[in-house]
Design a protein around this ligand. Structure first.
Ligand code: SAH
Length: 247
């Protein structure tokens, strides 16, 4: 495989090397520089060779990371900017494209998809996403809470299976509580809920519960929450959402 782009924006999946795509793997093996958030560089450290240059930065430094990757690429280095899960799902792809556009730079960019947390979590929970579903981030740092609330209400009313990203942090607890209240207005309290912490990593924890019983305090920023639709049910410790086949 020949690297013919300047900048690669790579989804590394949920955080273990087996769930990385072959294309992502091959590019990561070949680039000269890898730019990423500390925790995600840690996830792929076995792949990194001594000749490769690594640029690590901390939380909330997304713009700085993208700028570094753009700068390396502009200098003619083959550079990979890594993102957890899929880079186009609350990841680095959008920001990188926006910044390249804004700076009017002519870079050849390749975006490499990855397994997003919703799909990785769904797989360990059973088959909860078998019908129409939506993903809503509860983080109100970049999105006004009123808009998030409106989308939660619309999703609950329209009976979408709903995956919540960024559900709850030590400083941001009320959003998940409110989301649950909204869903309880439209959905049966027995609706299945899957809570998956650190999916695909050593610390993975899986819980299957219901809207009524879900323990909010178990949820943190490394957790994905999946709320079933009106047809979802729990069987044999799995959540199943029927597609509609006659069985
Ligand atoms: N680009 C990422 C999502 C980034 S938003 C992706 O496609 O997966 C960050 C949120 O994703 C977290 O707050 C959490 O809700 C979810 N998430 C990311 N990795 C996860 C993991 N390994 N286990 C559980 N949830 C995860």
């Amino acid at each position: 495989m020949k690297l013919n782009k300047n900048l690669y924006i790579i989804g590394i999946g949920p955080g273990n090397l087996s769930d990385i795509s072959r294309r992502a793997y091959q590019i990561l093996k070949k680039v000269e520089v890898i730019v990423g958030y500390k925790k995600y560089i840690e996830c792929i450290k076995e792949l990194i060779t001594e000749e490769q240059q690594i640029y690590i930065s901390g939380m909330r430094k997304e713009k700085e990371r993208v700028q570094k990757a753009i700068d390396y690429a502009k200098q003619g280095k083959k550079c990979a900017l890594i993102s957890s899960g899929d880079p186009g799902v609350y990841g680095m792809a959008g920001l990188a494209l926006e910044m390249v556009e804004d700076q009017k730079i002519n870079l050849k960019i390749d975006i490499v998809p990855g397994i997003t947390a919703a799909n990785a979590a769904a797989a360990v929970l059973g088959a909860p996403l078998m019908h129409d579903y939506t993903v809503i981030s509860l983080s109100d740092i970049l999105t006004p809470w009123n808009l998030i609330k409106k989308r939660l209400e619309a999703a609950a009313e329209a009976d979408f299976i709903t995956t919540l990203y960024n559900p709850r942090s030590s400083r941001r607890k009320k959003q998940l509580k409110k989301a649950r209240e909204i869903f309880l207005e439209y959905r049966n309290p027995e609706t299945p809920v899957g809570i998956v912490h650190s999916v695909g990593r050593d610390e993975e924890e899986v819980m299957i519960t219901t809207l009524k019983k879900m323990p909010l305090e178990k949820v943190d920023m490394l957790t994905t929450v999946i709320i079933g639709n009106s047809q979802s049910y729990i069987s044999n410790q799995k959540i199943i959402t029927p597609r509609g086949y006659n069985i």
